[in-house]
Design a protein around this ligand. Sequence first.
Ligand code: HEM
Length: 142
Amino acid sequence: MILWLKALHIVAVVTWFAGLFYLPRLFVYHAMAEDQVSRDRFKVMERKLYRGIMTPSAVVVMVLGVLLIAQYPLEALAHMHWLQVKLVLVFALYGYHGWCGRLLRNFASDENQHGHVWYRWFNEAPVLALLAIVILAVVKPF
Ligand code: HEM
């Protein structure tokens, strides 16, 4: 059972990250777009990616993660320090996800406040989170 949950958990993480990497990339191009036709096309792409793929994947990741936690007795969880640190980083990742949603709404109403260089830096955050979280979950260093 636990291995099935883990496998599906990882699949949902992959689909979530497809969006966490690509949506800010769309923001880069959207911030550089100079005509209304392009801007309107980006709005549709961003909305479909966020609502259709990213948010459902984020929910599935959390549901399966909680089911995985439920497989362990409390005493065991208390000693899984890597998991506690992982959950803090995962919490921050959900914050990043929500931030993406707010930026998307700003773009949707043509009220974007950042330039493309800002979005290029913004795009790097999930890379760092992915690196740290996978090392914690797989290597379990403490
Ligand atoms: C609410 C969110 C999450 C919860 C509650 C959660 C919880 C868990 C738990 C309890 C396990 C089983 C650990 C074990 O049996 O050793 C697990 C496995 C795993 N998680 Fe998560 N997780 C969440 C989000 C994430 C995210 C965002 C990532 C990647 C960025 C991730 C990557 C992994 C990986 C790669 C494994 C497999 C580790 C292994 O056994 O090799 N998880 N997760």
